[in-house]
Design a protein around this ligand. Sequence first.
Ligand code: NAD
Length: 405
Amino acid sequence: MIIKPMVRNNICINAHPDGCAAEVRLQAQRVKSFRERLKNSGANGKTAPKPLHALVIGCSTGYGLASRLTAAFGYGAETVGFSYEKEPLASKPATPGWYFNREFDRLAAAEGLFSTTFSEIDAFSHAAKQKAIEVAKERGFSYDLIIYSLASPVRIDPDTGTMYRSVIKPIGRQYVGRSLDVFTGKISEASIQPATDEEVAETVKVMGGEDWQLWITALDQAKVLTQGAITLAYSYIGPSFSWPIYRDGTIGQAKLHLEKTAQDLTANFQPKNGLKAYVSINKAVVTRASAVIPIIPLYISTLFKVMKERNIHEDCVDQMIRLFSERLYMKGISKIPTDTEGRIRIDDLEMGGSVQTEVSARLASVDESNLYTLSDPAGFKNDFLRAHGFEVPGVDYGREVTSFE
Ligand SMILES: NC(=O)c1ccc[n+]([C@@H]2O[C@H](COP(=O)([O-])OP(=O)(O)OC[C@H]3O[C@@H](n4cnc5c(N)ncnc54)[C@H](O)[C@@H]3O)[C@@H](O)[C@H]2O)c1
């Protein structure tokens, strides 16, 4: 069969096995080119700081995948990954991350790099933490880098069995924003009613720092944290006009909890084992979820246009290369650079004054008639499709796929 993307309302419900594998190979290749640049600059010598054993929770797509690729193929780290993907059925392809994980493991093995992936496990469970501990003990290593990159709509509390749901809603008042269908170029108005107190609390329970804390505590108790390990979780701030739906909304409350958790983790564990926990504020990129939040596709498309015009556009891989090489592992720098709140900032290019001024001006005048001049919905669409293995350069999409394996 020939597999074509099945997209409804900015959601893609299938994936292309060959395209997903090719996408990971292309991303890995870019990271390997970075490794060569690092080598040539002399910044990766024996004494240079680098990750040796990285645990990536949420490793299969988006920022988690890019983090893992950078740790492994940029710095030679052994990696253990966790994700919640669906395997293929006879009648249905797997979710994209399942193919991404498989190709990652194949590429790592080809380089003689240890990697192991738990593709279909609930990272919120106690069992997942035990698996990470078992791998470290069996291999005789401890983790020096723990990346927490989950984005999930639900969490089952591992002690009570209660299921919590996260929602993206404003707090206190209705949000009305423009929604862009990047496939048709249609702009419409979308409104979202404010969250109830219960929805706010549930979103914090799912996307806040409680589970991150459980992970670090479990790893510490099992003595599989290296002295001086670093742990990171990812967040987003974005421009003030998006705050009613993001930073000041339900998800923003969860992100504040994540920031508080980073401070608590450092305060609790640093005196004992030197652990430092950070929230890294990353740039807006296209991932599977970003297409469904009102205003975000229009904002990201316009941001891409402006950043591409200025040659400062970045995707997940560019962001993670910069995070590792210019924040986490800089030779001769003992302190990771942060803002006054202790957060790592790699959203600096997005949030730069002149970029934001230009994006705001364009958003004030963009409509369906000038969309493709002022904004870059095609770039958004391409990134979105590539996140599902479609429109990946070099892939023969005319090839009959006989199995979803
Ligand atoms: N996308 C953006 O523009 C953006 C910007 C800044 C920060 N961030 C943050 O980065 C983090 C990762 O987001 P992303 O956009 O890369 O998301 P994503 O959807 O691409 O990746 C989420 C990962 O979490 C995994 N996952 C979800 N539920 C799980 C579960 N129960 N058990 C195990 N794994 C599970 C998925 O399998 C996947 O690997 C989030 O905290 C997000 O808020 C995203």
